[in-house]
Design a protein. Structure first.
Length: 168
């Protein structure tokens, strides 16, 4: 289990690094776009295309990281008032639904990548399906993270006590 924990923490660090790098890139590209358009009076379509691409990747990578870090909203008031085993049964059900959604993202995202394989962007001429690659990648990560949370919930129901990170 120690190896899995190391892989998990490494994956989180890589995701955070990539998201940060992409956000900085999107910010710089947006500044370039504004300077070119309003100061130099030369519209720059390439910077807009790259900024949009970076933003799409950020959104999907951050969504999967949000699942892992449990950053998605839930009704804490409701959860704290229900019995322990019922609470974890609800968690397991919710994460099962999220697993199904992750699998749908993988399957249909991959299909859409294949369908858009011959299409290219107008200004930079890179494959348009680069916009769709983050969907199955995020789906894989969401599925892995949700299965992890489901296993944690199952372990909590079976043992009758909360499972800590070090126990996984």
């Amino acid at each position: 289990m120690c190896i899995l924990r190391i892989i998990d923490q490494g994956l989180i660090k890589v995701q955070k690094f990539v998201i940060t790098l992409l956000l900085v890139g999107v910010l710089l590209l947006t500044v370039i776009q504004v300077v070119f358009r309003y100061v130099l009076l030369l519209p720059s379509p390439w910077s807009e295309e790259l900024a949009r691409l970076g933003l799409v990747w950020v959104i999907f990578l951050a969504a999967s990281l949000g699942v892992r870090l449990k950053a998605h909203p839930y009704l804490e008031l409701l959860v704290t008032r229900i019995p322990f085993k019922t609470k974890h049964a609800v968690y397991i059900l919710v994460y099962l639904i999220i697993v199904v959604m992750g699998i749908v993202m993988v399957v249909y995202g991959a299909m859409y990548i294949g369908r858009t394989a011959g299409d290219y962007t107008t200004s930079l001429r890179y494959p348009r399906n680069l916009f769709y690659y983050p969907v199955p990648i995020s789906g894989i990560l969401i599925t892995i993270y949700s299965i992890r949370e489901m296993l944690q919930g199952i372990k909590a129901v079976l043992t009758g006590k909360e499972v800590e990170e070090k126990d996984l």
